[in-house]
Write a protein that binds this ligand. Structure first.
Ligand code: F6P
Length: 319
């Protein structure tokens, strides 16, 4: 009987539990022995690996986070510890891994595969949506809904009080969460790392709007721009608007996964497990053009994601 394991690695995202559950349930159905690696690469090094059955993954679907934990492992950068990790897999006869992670985790797995030939399939998992080759990463829909709800609430108080609000959202160097959230909430301003923000153009537009009766301003800023504070000062100084800053922070990472993320977790897991069964793999399962596909890990980690130009063009305050 084949033995495959699953683990989370890097920042958690809603929907991981759906993937873990489907991986275990489907593996058992197909006569494969499924293993769970606790706490990502750290747990792999320390041998926190256990064989799973249906009971281990019952009642986890609706929960955010990841029941098998995750980590960002510094030790895994060191070949000595990667060797220990390999030995942990060998000792249990585990032939393949499914890794729920982001760019950094996939880079680590590429190295691991090159050195030890460990077969793996990556499932793009991050609220940042910043992985090359896939239009969708697990957890993004839930995070977008969390941000949308927060922005709707801030809109209520901003419009009532006639204030400007600068809301900082996560995303690392990627502006996806900010851009899509700004579109969906009708924000007047959006700052993302991928596009230079033209303060003069924004000033002229806002002045005209304020002259026509606008009483409040909603600005969505991607954390990667590092301009949250300066934008707030600019709004206050330029338009004499009382301005407040809200940093949404890690609330964006948690919460019950949306229906889309539960389904995506299932689908990614089915494709990943099937790919492992087919033989040696060093691939990432990607979602694009309405379906699932695989890209070699090398291609994924050596290219940079780009934002959809249609989305950017809809953000007409960026030009
Ligand atoms: O990559 C996911 C993410 O939530 C980013 O959006 C954010 O910059 C980062 O992780 C935060 O990392 P940590 O959980 O280590 O604070």
């Amino acid at each position: 009987m084949k033995r495959f394991a699953i683990m989370g690695s890097g920042g958690d995202a809603p929907g991981m539990n759906a993937a873990v559950k489907k991986f275990v349930d489907l593996a058992l159905m197909r006569g494969i022995r499924p293993f769970l690696i606790q706490d990502g690469l750290e747990g792999l090094i320390d041998g926190r690996i256990r064989e799973a059955n249906h009971a281990d993954v019952a009642g986890i679907l609706h929960r955010g986070g990841c029941v098998i934990g995750s980590s960002r492992s510094k030790r895994f950068y060191d070949k000595r510890w990667r060797t220990v990790a390999y030995e942990q897999l060998q000792a249990r006869g585990i032939e393949g891994l499914v890794v729920l992670g982001g760019d950094g985790s996939f880079r680590a797995m590429e190295r691991f595969h090159e050195e030890f030939g460990v077969s793996f399939v990556g499932i793009p998992t991050t609220i940042d949506n910043d992985i090359y080759g896939t239009e969708y990463c697990l957890g993004v829909d839930t995070a977008l809904n969390t941000v949308r709800e927060a922005l709707d609430r801030i809109y209520d108080t901003a419009s009532t009080f006639g204030r400007a609000f600068v809301v900082e959202v996560m995303g690392r160097e990627c502006g996806y969460l900010a851009a899509i959230s700004a579109l969906g909430s009708g924000a007047e301003i959006c700052l993302i790392p991928e596009v230079d923000f033209d303060y003069d153009v924004a000033e002229a537009r806002l002045r005209a709007q304020i002259a026509a009766g606008r009483r409040y301003v909603l600005a969505v800023v991607a954390e990667g721009t590092k301009q949250t504070g300066s934008l707030a000062r600019w709004l206050e100084k330029t338009f004499s608007l009382e301005t407040r800053v809200t940093v949404l922070g890690h609330v964006q990472r948690g919460g019950a996964p949306s229906s889309r993320d539960r389904l995506a977790g299932f689908e990614f897991a089915v494709y990943a497990l099937t790919r492992l069964e087919e033989g040696e793999a060093a691939h990432v399962c990607v979602y694009r053009d309405g379906g699932y596909d695989f890209l070699p890990i090398k291609e994924v980690v050596s290219n940079r994601y780009t934002l959809d130009l249609t989305h950017l063009s809809m953000l007409n305050f960026l030009d």
